[in-house]
Design a protein around this ligand. Structure first.
Ligand code: UT7
Length: 346
């Protein structure tokens, strides 16, 4: 059953809360290889004009054969830790949001090893394009209860691994990437101002990369499943409709819980799925386009990595400053969607 109640997702209650959360660093990985729309038009029946006008995407980055969630997620995490003026051994917990792990048992431990965060425990979260927001909220709970002081949240996905390169309806959308942020305990303030998360499994068929199994008899009474994961399939129109309805709603609820209005938002950072979705959400919220972060033209849709990459680019270019109020919203497979309102910096 869909969970649509306020109480399920709201972050406004301070029950059990002992400490505040500060957002102290961001980082991302640099992927050199670019796949342009023109190049894709040689692979499938599409055009730069169609992709750009329908999505805003002009190119996407594709991981090199030697790259992995471990290497790219590790690079993003290390950059975020350095920006926070910390060292990897300061980190207590690493949460990796990914749908394309190097290891189905989880890749967070590999990132822990990659960056030398020897004290950190590490685990993965899978919530597709909502994964980064869900992981950020999860990380904040560990800080608020006093369990951990320093947490790195990584959003990393190599959707090129799950893309059907003969399906023009999906292959033009996706790219690879990794981003990360560092959260720390604060004794003076709580900069996670509110959050709201939702899931609706009744719409799972609209967007998935499902496991396809064949039943294989093992003994006379035991049959096992053998198979592999299908590439991404999506009902684009349904997901589009879902996004333009649910995203403004979840942001409005989050603002309400934070006792803020749209005018208080310095930067709106949505999952970079489609420029038309960003524009529609901004219009509905009546927020001017110069406060809407978009790097879609360069990166396409990088799943759980899209929000932290955009955030890091805006932080490093000096546009996002300490004290700025950021409204983040992720949405996608599950279907799932969520928002977090936060104040950047200590
Ligand atoms: O990250 C998770 C969240 N994901 C999203 O939020 C994605 C949401 N959906 C979308 O962004 C859009 O639905 C798409 C970008 C995926 C598709 O745009 P659309 O405006 O909804 O196009 P459509 O699927 O309605 O297709 C329109 C036409 C169709 O042709 P006909 O049937 O009208 O003749 C498609 O076959 O465009 C055709 N088409 C293409 N043509 C050239 C579909 N893909 C392509 C393509 N190149 N790549």
């Amino acid at each position: 059953m869909a969970q649509q109640t306020d109480s399920a997702g709201s972050g406004s209650e301070a029950f059990g809360q002992r400490f505040g959360v500060a957002f102290v660093g961001s980082g991302s990985a640099k992927l050199e290889t670019v796949l342009t729309n023109e190049q894709l038009a040689k692979v499938v029946d599409t055009s730069d004009e169609w992709i750009a006008t329908r999505t805003g995407i002009r190119q996407r980055h594709i991981a090199n054969p030697g790259d992995s969630i471990r290497s790219l997620g590790g690079e993003a995490a290390a950059n975020a830790i350095a920006q926070a003026n910390l060292t990897p051994t300061d980190v207590d917990l690493i949460i990796l949001a990914t749908s394309t792990p190097d290891d189905l048992f989880g890749s967070a431990c590999q990132i822990q090893h990659e960056i030398g965060a020897s004290r950190a425990i590490a685990f993965d979260i899978t919530a597709a394009c909502s994964g980064f927001v869900f992981a950020l909220v999860t990380a904040s709970q560990f800080i608020r209860t006093g369990a951990y002081k320093t947490v790195v949240v990584v959003g990393a996905d190599l959707l090129s691994r799950l893309t059907d390169w003969s399906d023009r309806r999906t292959c033009v959308l996706f790219g690879d990437g990794a981003g990360a942020i560092v959260l720390q305990r604060s004794e003076s303030s709580d900069n996670l101002l509110s959050f709201e998360m939702h899931s609706d499994g009744t719409l799972n068929d609209c967007l998935n990369a499902s496991y396809q199994h064949e039943s294989t008899p093992l003994t006379e009474n035991v049959t096992v499943q053998k198979g592999s994961f299908n590439p991404v399939t999506m009902n684009g129109r349904e997901v589009y409709r879902f996004a333009v309805n649910r995203v403004p709603e979840v942001l409005e609820k989050s603002l309400f819980h934070a006792n803020l209005t749209v005018d208080d938002i310095d930067w709106l950072i949505l999952h970079q799925a489609n420029q038309r979705i960003l524009d529609a959400v901004a219009k509905r919220l009546k927020i001017s386009s110069d406060r809407v972060v978009s790097n879609m033209a360069e990166h396409g849709n990088t799943d759980a990595a899209s929000i932290p990459i955009a955030l890091d680019e805006w932080v490093r270019s000096g546009k996002i400053k300490t004290g700025d109020v950021l409204a983040l919203s992720g949405f996608g497979a599950g279907l799932s969607w969520g928002a977090a309102i936060l104040k950047w910096g200590k």
